[in-house]
Every structure is written in C-alpha cells, then in structure tokens.
Design a protein around this ligand. Structure first.
Ligand code: CA
Length: 322
C-alpha cells in the first residue's frame, strides 16, 4: 500500500481533504505536517487536530508542527475566505488529539528515510516545510515517488491575484525550490476546482450536493460542509452562486485516484520569484529544451487541466459515508 505524507495549512477545505484521505482504506497517511498559510500556524495545527477528532478511530496519523512563516517575508492571510478560525467560525471545541513534539521537517525526513514502501507527498498549503526539507536533506527527499501540489494557476484564474495562486504566492521561493528539485510533480491548479467548461468537469459541489453529504448524517459529514460556511458565504456574495469549490480535496483525489484526472499535460514548471504583476506565477513550458538558462531538459511535471467532476464527488461522498 502506498504511503502518503500530507502537508497542510489546515483551513476548511484542507479539513475535508484530510477527512477524505483518512477514510480511504486504499492508502496509508503516514503523517500530517502543518505549515502556516491560510491561517496562523497554531490555528492550522488546531484545525488538523479537530479534523482527526472528527474522523475518529484508532489508526490516525501523528500531526507535526512546521514553519510559521514563509522563507522570505510575512504570511498571507485567508481568514476572509475560511473564517477567523479557518473552520467557518462555527465554534468547534478544542481538540482532544495533540501534536507531536518532533518538528514537521524532521518528521518528514525521518519518515521518508525509513520508509520501505513507495512514499508520496501531497501539499495543500505553501511549500515552506517541503523546501526546507529539500534544502537540508536532498538525498532523502529524492526518495519521494511524487509530490502532488494543490497550487498554481495556468489560466489566469488565480486567487488572490489573477496569475498567481495563494499557496504559491504565499512562498514563491519555496515553491521554486520544490519545482527545480527534480522529483516528479503533479500540480492541481486552482481552476480545476473552481471552473468547469461542462458538468462533466465540474468539481464544485452544488447546494443539493452539499445537502446530500450532510444527509449522510454523521458528525464528520456535517463538519465537512459546515466548516466551509464562510467560504460558501463568500462564493454566494462574489459569484451569486451557492457552490463549494474544494481545492484541496480535488488535489488529494488526483493523488489517490489518478484515474479521476481527465486531461493533463507534461511540462516543466518555474515559479516567478522576481516579478511584480507575475510574482508567484507558475509558468509551465512544454518544450524539452529552450534557450532559457536552467529551463527544462526533462518534462518531469504534470499539470492537471480537468478532473472527472461527478467521479470526484462520488469518491468524496463514498469516503465520508464509510
Ligand atoms: Ca490549504
């Protein structure tokens, strides 16, 4: 069974992604490593632990605390999207689960180094923890079979800026270190979960689909919709539409169920760390050789263009119903 480490700046869509992965019997989540991003580090840690409480059971992964700010500059904030507490400001009680004492980067390196099976990394937040681990112990990090990144924007639908997306813009230097590292990357950009040319590509939950999940009737199922309250309210206001685009669960689905990826392209990604309007933009070249120094000779990256929307929703529903 493949093993996964999930690195997360746990806010509301991260919580759903963690719940979905932890409920999937076909994968083993070896660790949850937390990074500052959507919300401050300690809030993200609290939210990861609350999610474990909600999932329940005896075989839950340990939670490790990582970087509290990006490599350069200060943390961007997304509490206007996910709530002050990152979980829709519902007022969930303090978690029973507690984090480990070992740091996230040290734990990531130890687990990868000692893993005898295939191991992959899924990132749902800024890439700070991963970049630090790569810088400290590149030989260990090369053992990763793949890194699936929720991040980037290829079509100019990024948020908070058009061409750059939150996770990458939060720490562009870290993202560039990860992209230049050489381990294969599957990038799931924001537009995969936020836009759709047809219902077949639409990963957004409608009001009826949200209601169907709540009707599963468990605390976990209700939590997965309710904790996204501020995101749903934001979408109502911004797009006049009651939909829930779940970026992080979409990326987890791409990693754990690659058959749900409908369209993708091989490329090599660079992150702009020096631009103004394009700061934090992910630039994908499909050419194997270019005249630009340091550009791709091998197309080790994959950018997802579309996912099987109904298939993704069925997967999410089935896992939460377990
Ligand atoms: Ca996230």
């Amino acid at each position: 069974m493949a093993k996964y480490i999930i690195d997360t700046d746990t806010a509301s869509d991260d919580a759903v992604a963690l719940a979905m992965a932890l409920k999937d019997p076909s994968c083993k989540v070896a660790a949850i490593t937390v990074v500052a991003g959507n919300v401050p580090l300690q809030t993200a840690v609290r939210n990861a632990l609350i999610t474990l409480d909600m999932v329940g059971g005896d075989d839950l992964p340990p939670v490790y605390v990582g970087a509290e700010k990006p490599l350069i500059g200060q943390r961007l904030d997304a509490s206007h999207i996910h709530g002050q507490d990152g979980l829709g400001d519902i007022g969930y009680p303090d978690p029973v689960h507690q984090p480990e004492k070992e740091g996230a980067v040290q734990a990531m390196l130890r687990i990868i180094d000692t893993c005898d099976e295939d191991i992959e990394l899924i990132t749902l937040g800024p890439l700070t923890n991963v970049a630090i681990a790569i810088t400290l112990e590149p030989a260990i990090m090369k053992k990763l079979r793949r890194i699936t990144v929720m991040g980037g924007s290829q079509l100019g639908y990024g948020s908070p800026r058009g061409v750059s997306e939150f996770n990458i813009l939060s720490d562009p230097e870290a993202a560039q270190i990860v992209c230049r590292f050489g381990v294969p990357i599957t990038m799931v950009p924001l537009e995969v979960c936020k836009r759709a040319a047809s219902p077949d590509d639409d990963c957004r939950l409608s009001a009826a689909e949200m209601a169907a999940i709540k009707d599963i009737g468990t605390d976990l199922a209700r939590f997965c919709i309710d904790c996204n309250k501020t995101l749903i309210d934001y979408n109502k206001k911004a797009y006049k539409n009651e939909v829930l685009g779940l970026a992080d669960p979409t990326a987890v689905a791409a990693a754990l169920r690659p058959g749900l990826i409908k369209e993708s392209f091989a490329c090599n990604i660079q992150v702009d760390t020096s631009g103004s309007h394009t700061h934090g933009q992910t630039n994908a070249t499909r050419l194997k050789k270019t005249i630009m120094e340091g550009m791709a000779e091998h197309l080790t990256h994959t950018v997802v263009k579309t996912m099987d929307g109904p298939g993704f929703k069925t997967y999410l529903y089935d896992m939460l119903k377990r």
